[in-house]
Ligand binder design. Structure first.
Ligand SMILES: C[S@@+](CC[C@H](N)C(=O)[O-])C[C@H]1O[C@@H](n2cnc3c(N)ncnc32)[C@H](O)[C@@H]1O
Length: 204
């Protein structure tokens, strides 16, 4: 890690450098179980946005399941890597910044994995506000969150942990928690601290 030249994960060059050097310890190389379970249980296909998609395996999975999906990443190297990783489904991956991207359709779902925890604590309120702005009342935010309820929020990362109560405090003005459980198929970097959660956008 020491010889990377970029240090600020708020900038695309940080992620470009890591994708270009094939340093991607967060990359599962597969679709995580809880997302599969969520999709299999859904009553209908949901229009989904995947912010900070990295290699975008989930975009390929959702598109194959017939779900309308757009996956975005602001790192050109990540987008290039995704297009190589998921082949024909790469057409659903766009280079775009989560904070300015405007979806072309009404969203039913935002899928989260290793995006929130990739960015430093001072960005968290802005991420939650953007999730809230992108989702209409009743829509869903579902995915994976990286909690540490012993030490609380880590100042060092990525990945940055957050205390689950602090995360809930950020979320409660906009979202209601519908489901939560510990994750059984975590990668080593997230093991023991990864939780699946499903949140519903409140009508506020
Ligand atoms: C730790 S990686 C996770 C990638 C993927 N979600 C996964 O689970 O493998 C974080 C990703 O978020 C992307 N990212 C960070 N800030 C972003 C932003 N403002 N807009 C879009 N993508 C962003 C990075 O380029 C990087 O690919």
């Amino acid at each position: 890690m020491a010889d990377f030249t970029t240090r600020d994960p708020r900038h695309p060059d940080f992620w470009d450098e890591r994708f270009n050097r094939n340093f991607t310890p967060w990359d599962k190389g597969a679709v995580p179980h809880d997302l599969q379970r969520f999709v299999e249980a859904a009553a209908r296909p949901l229009a989904c946005l995947i912010p900070g998609c990295g290699n975008g395996y989930e975009a390929a999975y959702l598109a194959q399941a017939g779900w309308p999906v757009v996956a975005i990443d602001f790192s050109p190297a990540a987008v290039q890597s995704a297009k190589a990783a998921i082949g024909e489904w790469g057409k659903y991956v766009l280079e775009a910044d989560f904070f300015t991207y405007q979806p072309g359709q009404m969203l039913d779902l935002i899928y989260e994995r290793a995006f929130f925890c990739a960015l430093p604590p001072e960005i968290r309120p802005a991420i939650v506000m953007r999730w809230a702005a992108l989702l209409p009342a009743g829509a869903t935010l579902a995915g994976y969150f990286f909690f540490d309820d012993t030490d609380g929020a880590s100042k060092k990362g990525p990945p940055f942990t957050i205390h689950s109560a602090e995360f809930a405090k950020l979320m409660f003005p906009f979202f209601e928690l519908l489901e939560e459980h510990a994750v059984s198929d975590s990668l080593p970097v997230f093991a023991g601290k990864e939780y699946w959660q499903v949140w519903q956008r409140k009508a506020v």
